[in-house]
Design a protein around this ligand. Sequence first.
Ligand SMILES: [Zn+2]
Length: 99
Amino acid sequence: MKRQGKKSLAWNRARLQLKREFFNKQIISCEICGSTYGLSFAHRVKRRFITDDVEMFKVALICVKDHEAIERLPHDEMFYRINEIIENRDSKAAALAFQ
Ligand SMILES: [Zn+2]
């Protein structure tokens, strides 16, 4: 078995935490289309370019179809799409907190 690098170990830990957080927030389907098929976390930036913990947690939960589509986008557009999902979600949560 291939030995895991430092980065993928850090991501495995982050992913477990994210799974709990998303479950607690009841984000359990694709944040783009609502599908529940082949869900995974998509980062704003390509994982090989992530150098800090903050960026590691900047993710959207999306299905395999949308993940494939987003991976084909230019990097800046990928950042924009994922970031938009994160910001809309956070502002919705903030609005609920003030109700
Ligand atoms: Zn989707």
